[in-house]
Design a protein around this ligand. Structure first.
Ligand code: F6R
Ligand code: MN
Length: 175
């Protein structure tokens, strides 16, 4: 077990970023090939390779007892008729739950477990519980504002992105 020192991060609401982060992932449309309709992806990429979302993460040991946490910012925008969204994943360790806390904008949290699917509307202040075993993805349903949320989950969860292809999420199309 690695002995941790107490630490903190500061949310910068003007920049939609968590200050103090060790990792910053930028996901562009090219990183999400296969997630959207193919023709719409090609048409959008002809105009550029937009940033779909960014993740600011702290460096915490990937061990049971520790708590990973991050801030995700999803830009407003669409690929064809589908809003910008995260890749979505299941946790490799199916005993690991997660909490999402809405900070800015309007999003939807889509969850899936076998044939069951659930959706939670996320606003600033919404605290959503993702039970163990449920796949999860977030979607920005605003055409003008970024959607920002905070996540916290067990250190030993791991990610399973492949399973999203086998057990896809319900679609959230623009109205
Ligand atoms: C961690 C978690 C979130 C997401 C983040 C980006 O378990 O659920 O922090 O990792 O919102 O989404 P993905 O990981 O699906 O690219
Ligand atoms: Mn997760």
């Amino acid at each position: 077990m690695i002995e941790m020192e107490p630490f903190f991060s500061q949310m910068n609401f003007d920049e939609n970023a968590m200050e103090g982060y060790e990792f910053h992932d930028i996901r562009r449309l090219e990183d999400l090939i296969g997630y959207y309709n193919e023709a719409d992806t090609v048409i959008t990429l002809e105009k550029g390779n937009p940033v779909i979302y960014e993740v600011y993460k702290r460096d915490v040991p990937k061990e049971s007892g520790e708590l990973l946490h991050c801030v995700t910012m999803i830009n407003p925008g669409r690929v064809g008729s589908e809003y910008y969204m995260t890749k979505g994943h299941y946790h490799q360790d199916e005993t690991c739950a997660e909490i999402y806390y809405g900070q800015k904008g309007h999003g939807r949290l889509v969850m899936q477990k076998g044939i069951k699917s659930r959706m939670v509307e996320m606003f600033p202040g919404t605290i959503a519980y993702i039970p163990a075993g449920w796949g999860h993805r977030t979607v920005n349903v605003s055409d003008s504002e970024p959607f920002v949320f905070f996540s916290i989950w067990p250190g030993h969860s791991g990610y399973d992105y492949e399973r999203v292809a086998e057990e896809p999420f319900a679609k959230v199309e623009a109205e």
